[in-house]
Design a protein around this ligand. Structure first.
Ligand SMILES: NC(=O)c1ccc[n+]([C@@H]2O[C@H](COP(=O)([O-])OP(=O)(O)OC[C@H]3O[C@@H](n4cnc5c(N)ncnc54)[C@H](OP(=O)(O)O)[C@@H]3O)[C@@H](O)[C@H]2O)c1
Length: 220
């Protein structure tokens, strides 16, 4: 499979990229980044795009992919709804609207979060839900929404969001137990990556994957 990735420098994306690099089903990964990551692999190439809003101008570079793993996202902490919407909804749809007409065989996987709901009292949740709805209306071969809760970072993966880094450092001693005991709310970066690859290769029985589904789909 030929995979297109967004957000590969983030916590979720680093974990997903690692699994992609190790998995023989994936022959090529193109990662879209704001600045070059320095990561080297014969399977990996990068497209440097400092502002994703300008993706339409380079649309000719985005055809022929089997799947897109969209791991790009930000925390809503301290953000206005307008600013959070600009990154979460506007940027995601700017990318997806370019990809859909060029990639009829593409499986599009979008990482949202546990508790995403149109009727939520939480702003981030409503914005993510609107983003999911808009993505579901696009003509991809398949679209999956991954809604992880707690994610244990494995294999040296680190978050780019400061408060996540602090929270994970505090939880670290308990995180393996959390994943083992509560697979309904917790997963790992490795399982997320494997679940994405498996969903892209073989599909999954439903479009929304909560933590329990992610763990099942990962086969780990
Ligand atoms: N971490 C968790 O525990 C967790 C749990 C549930 C759901 N999620 C969801 O998973 C997604 C990824 O989270 P994460 O923890 O991996 O975040 P992260 O570590 O903060 O990484 C964010 C990623 O998004 C990219 N990015 C952010 N703003 C961008 C912009 N304006 N233009 C282009 N790229 C941009 C960053 O690229 P740069 O390297 O260029 O900054 C980075 O690759 C989010 O939607 C989050 O809500 C995370």
């Amino acid at each position: 499979m030929k995979i297109l990735m967004f957000g590969a420098t983030g916590m979720v994306g680093q974990g997903v990229l690692r699994e992609c690099l190790l998995d023989d089903r994936i022959t090529e990964i193109v990662s879209v980044v704001r600045s070059t990551s320095g990561q080297q692999s014969s399977k990996l190439s990068e497209i440097v795009l400092p502002d994703l809003a300008g993706i339409e101008a380079v649309a000719d570079r985005f055809s022929g992919f089997d799947a897109c793993f969209f791991c790009l996202g930000i925390s809503s902490v301290g953000m206005s709804e307008a600013d959070y919407t600009r990154i979460t909804y506007d940027l995601t749809l700017a990318v997806a609207n370019v990809l859909a007409p060029l990639n009829s065989k593409m499986t599009f996987i979008y990482v949202t979060g546990a508790g995403t709901s149109r009727d939520s009292r939480q702003m981030w949740s409503r914005v993510k839900a609107r983003t999911e709805d808009a993505l579901a209306a696009l003509p991809f071969k398949a679209t999956y929404f991954f809604r992880p809760g707690f994610i244990q970072p494995l294999h040296g993966v680190v978050s780019k969001t400061r408060w996540y880094m602090t929270a994970y450092a505090v939880i670290r001693p308990f995180s393996s137990v959390l994943v083992r005991r509560f697979p309904g709310i917790a997963t790992t970066t490795a399982r997320l990556g494997q679940a994405m690859i498996n969903a892209a290769a073989d599909g999954y029985s439903k479009p929304v994957l909560e933590s329990a589904d992610i763990n099942i789909a990962s086969g780990m």
